[in-house]
Design a protein. Structure first.
Lengths: 544, 279
């Protein structure tokens, strides 16, 4: 395996002779990638982004980012003679007259949904396995920035066709901008070039959507990839895996083939959806006029949590010295976004501060082995999920015949209670799974062989678990706890003094205490030794 | 007058001494209003209306149908009870809308009566007779002629603009319906016949407001019917329509179909044959 394969050696020496890049290629083409399916989830976002760039370029050939008023005279009969903006008319043109235009438009939209969804599942994977820990905190921050920018990219993108549905989103954007205390009016006039909706916003969003934000996204994605390449992947614990190696397949040829195949899967998924599932049928929505609004107006899924927050919020406002502060818009627009994005960005640093853990981590945690982190993550998921669900409360009301106000009232309670329940349930599940691991390591797995003992008792013979699974389980790492005990003079150690220090010591103990240590005593069974311990742990287990 | 700083008292009381002056003003205003209305309103006697929507024999037949199927809630003479409103003056259009869509007779007194399959006795003839009877009680909106609801005679583009301005805030872009407050809802428009759509506009059933002929003219109503029927009959050019309810179903598909498919693909291409565990 140490010999360089010919295709690499050949290509490398060809390029080396011309670019001097041979040793770089030789080194990097053999780079090892770990083999766990969840490590591919981020690539959904990467490949969707590539498809977005390609389909988006196609759309720019025909799309006219203008709010010039035109009378429609195209081939979609129910709109012939209706006044609309040039942006909307050109999107209808792409949909009905440009060859392949509707397919590419639909692929672009589906790719956008998958782009953000791919980022979301990738981020959840990184969070729940603790893969954001040192030295990868900065790459995690880049990821949070990417997610935030993707939301902005989506918002500017779905506003472009200037249809009645996207106009509802645009109106909310205006409402949020104008609700900012003191400067709101100025910000709105700056953004829209005057009174809403004005005649500028589509062309401005167009520049942002096709130039500025994708440019920043591209730069940050490159930085994200380079950092990942340099720092290497984390890997799940398993046989032969340590903090100092990466076990998996080399980039060439194995991983390259897999990545290529996965790109094709992504492409197939997006092309399949674009072909068979209609998305954003703007011709059904009609052109935007600020006077019209439809029942069941929702944004694309990734904005749903903000929509839900807006729907849950009571109509509070403050009047102060002639200034109105509309909390009913300001809070739902800023608070959930702030909690989620800021929470994600500071989490690695908060965790470091609480655990005092400044070591590098290249072995990922199994979610069950960091129960507090997993529980916090799941309560975040519940917070997001409830807001998301409430963004569609009118459809929930219509489909399940629940009163609309009831859904709002339930949502207002659920947004506080739900995360707490999610925390507790997740925490208990984590401990339960840890107990199961401990049980398998100390007692083995059921073999299906029933044996009768001389005194008449029946037992099932247990056998040791497969070595790779056992290694995987034994990869559990202790979470450090900041030493908080007072010394003999009653003075606590540095870093945990004062009220904040005391809080830190408490939090650290709570965060790190291992309730189910792997080498802890398996609770007594009273069976014969054949049934009980199999000695699969680090130390030979005592038989009992 | 609240908030304008001028009270009703100050207008009527100024320069008047007599305590009954205020009453006299009110009586005069009411008289003018009532008299004016009586003079301007179309003079439709009940006999004319019965003739307009059916034959006079229909009224008698309709009454017996009414007593058999409607009177338990609406009262023997359609005078209304604590369970259901009076039907004097609701007109033949209202009867046709409610009965031909299966909403009436109602199965149970809920916030809103849903569309349901028709009972056996509900035939076009029976509806005509019932309508004639209710029309004979106190007039009201009559049923549209076939010409008034013919989609092929309407202009769908104009109708679309009116539809978006007046209907979609409850019924949704494509008439998929939507939830309202206190258990009410705007129904899906797909099963409604052109005649029922017209009648709903002029009678305002359940939670719906009335769009009478001075708000939306009969020609405009026909345009709207043309738009509704054309759009609901159109084949979705982009593939499966996902219920045409917009981003909610699209988001569900992106996650349930898209992300599940991609996860399965990831599991598949990273799958390894595990070494058989030897005893």
């Amino acid at each position: 395996m140490n010999e360089t394969p010919k295709p690499i050696a050949g290509t490398a020496s060809y390029l080396d002779d011309r670019l001097g890049a041979g040793s770089f290629l030789k080194r990097n083409l053999r780079k090892v990638f770990p083999d766990h399916w969840s490590f591919l989830l981020g690539e959904i976002a990467l490949y969707s982004f590539i498809i977005l760039l390609l389909t988006g370029t196609f759309l720019t050939f025909w799309f006219k980012p203008s709010m010039q008023h035109v009378i429609y005279a195209g081939s979609y009969q129910p709109l012939v003679g209706v006044g609309m903006s040039e942006a909307y008319a050109s999107t209808l043109h792409i949909s009905f007259e440009v060859r392949g235009g509707l397919l590419i438009r639909q692929m672009h939209h589906w790719a956008a949904l998958l782009f953000v969804a791919g980022m979301t599942v990738h981020m959840l994977r990184v969070f729940f396995t603790g893969a954001y820990r040192k030295p990868r905190e900065l790459n995690w921050i880049i990821g949070v920035l990417l997610l935030t920018l993707a939301l902005a990219e989506g918002l500017t993108g779905y506003s472009l066709p200037d249809d009645l549905l996207s106009g509802a989103g645009l109106r909310i954007t205006e409402g949020v901008a104008i609700s900012i205390p003191v400067v709101g009016t100025y910000v709105t006039f700056f953004l829209f070039g005057g009174e809403y909706p004005g005649e500028d916003v589509i062309s401005r969003f167009y520049s942002l959507h096709i130039l500025l934000i994708p440019g920043i996204l591209l730069a940050l994605i490159s930085a994200h990839m380079v950092l990942m390449w340099v720092q290497k992947h984390t890997q799940m614990p398993g046989p032969g895996r340590t903090e100092h190696n990466v076990v998996g397949a080399p980039f060439y040829p194995a991983f390259m083939a897999k990545a290529g195949a996965y790109f094709l899967f992504t492409f197939a998924c997006i092309a399949g959806l674009g072909t068979f599932a209609q998305i954003n049928p703007i011709w059904l929505f009609g052109p935007y006029t600020p006077a019209d609004i439809s029942a069941g107006s929702q944004p694309d899924w990734y904005m749903g949590f903000l929509e839900g927050a807006l729907r849950l919020m009571p109509a509070w406002e403050i009047n102060f010295l002639g200034h109105t502060v509309p909390l009913s818009v300001l809070i739902p627009a800023l608070v959930p976004m702030g909690i989620i994005m800021t929470g994600l960005a500071v989490y690695p640093f908060a965790e470091q501060w609480i655990t005092g853990d400044r070591r590098e981590h290249h072995l990922a945690d199994r979610p069950r082995n960091a129960p507090v982190r997993t529980a916090i993550g799941m309560s975040g998921v519940a917070f997001y999920g409830i807001l998301w669900l409430m963004g569609a409360n009118d459809w929930i009301s219509a489909f399940f015949h629940i009163g609309l106000y009831e859904t709002t009232i339930i949502g207002r309670f659920a947004i506080f209670i739900g995360p707490a329940i999610a925390y507790w349930v997740t925490y208990r599940i984590c401990l339960g799974l840890q107990r199961r691991d401990q049980d398998i390591l100390s007692h083995g797995v059921e073999s299906g062989v029933i044996k009768r003992l001389p005194h008449g008792e029946y037992i099932e013979v247990h056998v040791p678990p497969a070595e790779d699974i056992a290694e995987h389980m034994r990869g559990k790492k202790e979470i450090p706890i900041v030493p908080g005990d007072e010394d003999k003079d009653g003075i606590p150690p540095k870093g945990v003094r004062g009220p904040i220090g005391k809080l830190r010591a408490k939090a650290s103990k709570f965060y790190g205490t291992d309730h189910v240590p792997l080498d802890g005593d398996g609770h007594g069974h009273g069976h014969d030794d054949e049934h009980a311990a199999v000695g699969a742990g680090d130390k030979p287990r005592e038989l009992h | 007058m609240i908030g304008t700083g001028i009270s009703v008292n100050s207008i009527t009381a100024r320069r008047r001494r007599h305590p009954l002056a205020r009453l006299a003003v009110v009586a005069l205003a009411l008289g003018l209003l009532g008299g004016g209305y009586a003079a301007a309103a179309p003079s439709d006697s009940t006999a004319d209306a019965a003739v307009a929507s059916g034959k006079a024999d229909d009224v008698a037949e309709g009454k017996s149908l009414f007593v058999a199927h409607c009177a338990s809630c609406h009262g023997m003479n359609a005078e209304g009870t604590s369970m259901a409103p009076p039907l004097v003056g609701v007109g033949a259009a209202s009867v046709d809308f409610q009965v031909s869509s299966g909403r009436m007779p109602a199965a149970d007194p809920a916030a809103q009566a849903p569309r349901k399959p028709l009972a056996e006795w509900v035939t076009p003839e029976a509806i005509n007779q019932l309508a004639a009877y209710v029309q004979s009680l106190g007039g009201g909106p009559t049923r549209p002629t076939a010409d008034m609801v013919d989609p092929s005679k309407g202009d769908p583009a104009k109708g679309g603009e009116l539809f978006r301005a007046n209907c979609i805030q409850c019924h949704n872009f494509v008439g998929a319906g939507g939830g309202l407050t206190y258990g009410k809802y705007a129904p899906n428009l797909n099963p409604a016949t052109p005649e029922q759509i017209y009648e709903a506009m002029i009678t305002g059933p359940q939670a719906m407001p009335v769009f009478n002929d001075s708000i939306i003219t009969p020609e405009q109503k026909r345009d709207m019917i043309a738009y509704i029927t054309q759009v609901r009959g159109q084949v979705d050019p982009g593939g499966f329509g996902l219920g045409r309810i917009g981003p909610v179903s699209e988001g569900l598909v992106a996650w349930i179909a898209g992300i599940s498919f991609m996860s399965l693909a990831a599991i598949w291409i990273t799958a390894k044959k595990r070494k058989r565990t030897s005893k």
